[in-house]
Design a protein. Structure first.
Ligand SMILES: O=P(O)(O)OC[C@H]1O[C@H](O[C@H]2O[C@H](CO)[C@@H](O)[C@H](O)[C@H]2O)[C@H](O)[C@@H](O)[C@@H]1O
Length: 376
């Protein structure tokens, strides 16, 4: 038996315990169903070739694999079909290993007991639904009110690929931390005046400021080069750029990808990654949403603390960097927003922004009822 199988089994046992505990007090699944689940696990363990057990590192965080053609890579990052067949083994495996954060709410809170919860939230696809026009990705009023409530009880940060100004124009809450440009532009709350000079622009860190002129230069070139690709749109996110292909006919994806790639050949200090129907151009510095999460925890005084419980909710490949940090620290919970199985380091899932809203509301209610028992 290989090490990977042993680790897999250990993890299965842990997950099984968690699932059994979560259902033992609810009507959703009687405790008698546990043997069935166990048999199911056995079946999955008997299939070593299952894709979902492959390590994530192959696909994530290292730019686009050179062996992939552009078109394959762009398709892979933009799945359009959901696979909801209940008989689908991949789907069942996915649900077992990445259960709903709503169903597991009590277990998550049990793990957070006595610790300072810090909330990290991605924006697009997490707080707002994915829409065709990136300039119209509004959150609902209800989500905004929920965020306001969350920030009253926990330090809260929005971590996004967007530039800060755009992000703030959508969220409009001065009491939050913001990490824009994939964490390369970090601001603290601006609702309190700085006691020394009376002003407070909130800026905490901009690790890629030297790249600003280069990013602006490449932005102009890309706008020019892609202007004939119908539906393509280049978005300037200050320390990074997004080339959107959501509204581009699939037949033109390869051409668009090649054009972007050719431009980047002249800029070896920039790299290309992918999000949801978007090509993202970023400085090659070792900085990502995971580093931003660590920086913010440090700024809050939790660099080496065991008394903190970070909860990070995100839907995209770039959020995997943050999930990985939590998993490496053995701290907190990573929650992936997705309806379909994906390779992820997150432990839990939520289906869509409306479930994210429900989870955050549960968190506020939990805090209100338990505040006398827990730290702030
Ligand atoms: O880190 P995030 O907050 O998730 O930002 C990632 C990208 O989000 C935006 O693009 C995505 O959402 C758009 C609006 O729903 C959608 O049209 C697009 O296809 C998605 O990729 C944003 O426009 C990008 O700049 C961000 O990099």
């Amino acid at each position: 038996m290989t090490n990977q199988n042993v680790l897999g089994k250990q993890r299965v046992n842990e997950r099984l315990m968690e699932i059994a505990m979560s259902f033992s007090n609810s009507n959703d699944l009687p405790a008698t169903a546990v043997p069935e689940l166990m048999a199911l696990f056995g079946e999955f363990l008997a299939q070593p070739k299952n894709n979902l057990l492959k390590p994530l590192e192959d696909q994530n965080g290292k730019g686009i694999a050179k062996t992939n053609t552009w078109i394959d890579s762009m398709r892979a990052s933009s799945p359009t079909r959901t696979r909801n067949n209940p008989e689908n083994r991949e789907q069942i495996h996915w649900k077992l290993f990445h259960p709903s954060a709503l169903n597991m709410f009590d277990q998550i809170m049990h793990k957070a007991n006595g610790k300072q919860i810090v909330v990290f939230l991605d924006y697009d696809g997490t707080l707002s639904p994915i829409v065709a026009d990136p300039n119209k990705a509004y959150m609902t009023k209800k989500m905004r009110m929920t965020l306001k409530d969350i920030a009253k009880h926990f330090p809260t940060a929005i971590v996004s690929g967007r530039c800060l100004d755009k992000l703030f124009s959508f969220v409009r809450l001065t009491e939050l931390y913001y990490a824009g440009s994939h964490g390369m532009d970090i601001k603290g709350p601006t609702n309190r005046k700085n006691t020394k000079n009376g002003s407070n622009d909130g800026v905490l860190l901009q690790p890629a400021s030297e790249f600003l002129p280069m990013i602006n230069e490449v932005y102009k070139i890309l706008v020019e080069k892609t202007k004939n690709v119908l539906g393509a749109m280049v978005e300037n996110n200050k320390f990074c750029l997004s080339v959107h292909f959501r509204c581009v006919d699939e037949k033109s994806w390869a051409i668009l990808g090649e054009q972007v790639s050719l431009v980047l050949n002249d800029y070896p200090k920039l790299k290309l990654t992918q999000g949801r129907k978007v090509l993202e151009i970023r400085p090659t510095i070792k900085w990502d949403k995971g580093r931003a999460l660590e920086f913010l925890l440090e700024s809050l005084g939790f660099a080496n603390s065991n008394n903190v419980y970070p909860i990070y909710i995100g839907d995209d490949r770039t959020d995997e960097d943050a999930f990985k940090v939590l998993s490496n620290r053995g701290q907190g919970s990573g929650i992936l927003v997705s309806k379909i199985p994906k390779e992820t380091k997150a432990s839990y899932t939520l289906q869509d922004p409306s479930e994210v809203g429900q989870f955050l509301q549960h968190l506020v209610e939990w805090k209100r009822t338990n505040s006398h028992n827990h730290k702030l």
